[in-house]
Design a protein around this ligand. Structure first.
Ligand code: MN
Ligand code: MN
Length: 468
């Protein structure tokens, strides 16, 4: 090919080909610095918000620091007012009233703050051969074998017989003990290794080791269990039957860490979906009075299908918007119809070790920015809300204009499995909704991996969206 022809080809390529580029090559020095600062804040958030309750508590205190006040239906609201509604300590909605009439809709950012984990059963404690253990029931989709032989901490609440609440958080502080699920040594695992891989560790084998000392050298049976209950009685003033009205969650006890010699990634428990929840919250906290009322909803129960009164299949979001509309003498459904939503959840990042599950032209890559996903679902797009081309166009134009590094990607190959998000439940309320989120490696594992650039660009996407 002649030189002239070659350069003509290159010119047309520049014009016509879609560009795929590492985020760092699209960012300024200042942006990379801001990205670094943002990741530090996110990492501290992740360390202290390991459950939906802890995330909700931390978010509420940050909102209060930024002058958000509890919303009460019927309250007088004006432009610039900052409000929030805490739903049962497990999910939270916050909003800043915009300059435009409420009937022009809200800019809604949604993410979830529950993560896969091991919940204690309601009658958890037993002793077997002088070891004390807790029975668990896993929450969300996990590879059970990943949850053995790692340090776990215990978080949650116990409601005692008299109704008082005890908050539990043990295994996080340097001096705290931790717990673990035991696994079989390889030497004796011959039969275990013949099990199918989904069965290598069974649900009823996820037993948490919590003690081994007898009560005051007593030789009676179950004296290790007695000793355990005595420790819990002294520490929390509880008895065995109080577990019935408790929600105790075992989660990985290790702290969040930077990954790589270049420290470009973050490893930790519960990125899914606090890696979207924290940027959404921060974008709201950093917002000036927006044109459209900006709303952030951080929900619970996504990992078990969004049912229940703190999940997005419940009506609590709809009721909030209705109450908000009432404050201005308007109808909630008119507000919803005019609203737009970025429904944020993590997406699967391309993993070079397991390339076969991905279709390389349509999957998310680490460091290529916030991932915009037109549709999710399984098989023939089952369970997706499928954003319209018009709405994708709106979001695309916004992100490009504001220099947000973004990519598009879907969750793996067609018929490779699939999954859904809360986007459909919000879209079902008559809201223009699209999935966005951070690409993750080892999703749902005790230690998930994200890139700092993608986290920062997700924050930027929320920020410019709420300002639009
Ligand atoms: Mn998720
Ligand atoms: Mn998930």
């Amino acid at each position: 090919m002649s030189e002239e022809k070659k350069s003509e080809n290159n010119q047309w390529k520049k014009v016509l080909f879609a560009k795929k580029k590492h985020g760092a090559l699209q960012m300024t020095k200042e942006e990379l610095l801001a990205c670094e600062c943002f990741s530090k804040d996110y990492m501290s958030f992740l360390n202290i918000a390991k459950t939906e309750r802890e995330a909700c508590t931390k978010v509420e205190s940050l909102l209060q620091e930024h002058n958000f006040i509890p919303f009460t239906p019927g309250m007088a609201l004006k432009v610039g007012d900052k409000i929030y509604q805490n739903n049962r300590g497990k999910s939270i909605i916050a909003a800043i009233i915009g300059t435009a009439p409420i009937t022009e809709g809200v800019r809604l950012c949604a993410a979830h703050i529950d993560s896969p984990r091991l919940d204690l059963k309601q009658n958890p404690l037993y002793e077997d051969n002088e070891l004390a253990l807790f029975k668990t029931h896993y929450y969300g989709g996990i590879k059970k074998y990943q949850w053995t032989a790692i340090p776990l901490s215990l978080h949650g609440v116990i409601i005692k017989a008299d109704g008082t609440k005890v908050t539990v958080n043990i295994g996080e502080a340097e001096a705290d003990p931790v717990f673990c699920v035991t696994d079989l040594l390889p030497h004796l695992a011959l039969e275990q290794m013949k099990r199918s891989s989904s069965d290598i560790i069974r649900g009823e084998e996820l037993n948490l080791l919590v003690g081994s000392m007898p009560f005051k050298k007593d030789e009676e049976s179950e004296s290790v269990k007695l000793n355990l209950l005595h420790i819990l009685y002294e520490k929390y003033d509880i008895t065995e039957s109080d577990f019935v009205s408790a929600e105790l969650e075992a989660v990985p006890a290790f702290p969040v860490k930077e990954i790589g010699f270049d420290r470009s990634m973050i490893g930790g428990y519960g990125h899914d979906d606090r890696v979207c929840a924290y940027p959404a919250l921060r974008a709201l906290l950093d917002s000036n009075t927006p044109q459209h009322t900006a709303v952030v909803i951080l929900t619970d129960k996504e990992e078990t299908g969004s049912d229940g009164n703190t999940g997005l299949c419940s009506s609590y979001l709809k009721y909030f918007i209705e109450d908000l509309a009432d404050c201005f003498g308007e109808k909630g459904r008119h507000v919803l119809h005019a609203s737009q939503c970025l429904s944020a959840d993590v997406n699967a990042a391309f993993d070079p070790t397991f390339p076969d599950v991905m279709e390389r032209n349509n999957c998310a890559y680490l460091n290529h920015g916030v991932c915009v996903t037109k549709f999710t679902g399984a098989r023939g797009k089952s369970g997706t809300s499928d954003a319209s081309a018009e709405f994708v166009g709106t979001i695309r134009q916004l992100l490009d204009t504001e220099n947000v590094v973004w990519q598009t990607g879907e969750l793996g190959k067609v018929d490779g499995g699939g999954g859904g998000t809360v986007a459909a439940y919000i879209a079902n309320l008559d809201v223009d909704t699209i999935d966005v989120g951070v690409p993750v490696l080892c999703m749902h594992a005790p230690f998930e991996v994200v890139s700092k650039i993608d986290v920062y660009m997700t924050y930027r996407a929320f920020f410019v969206f709420m300002a639009s």
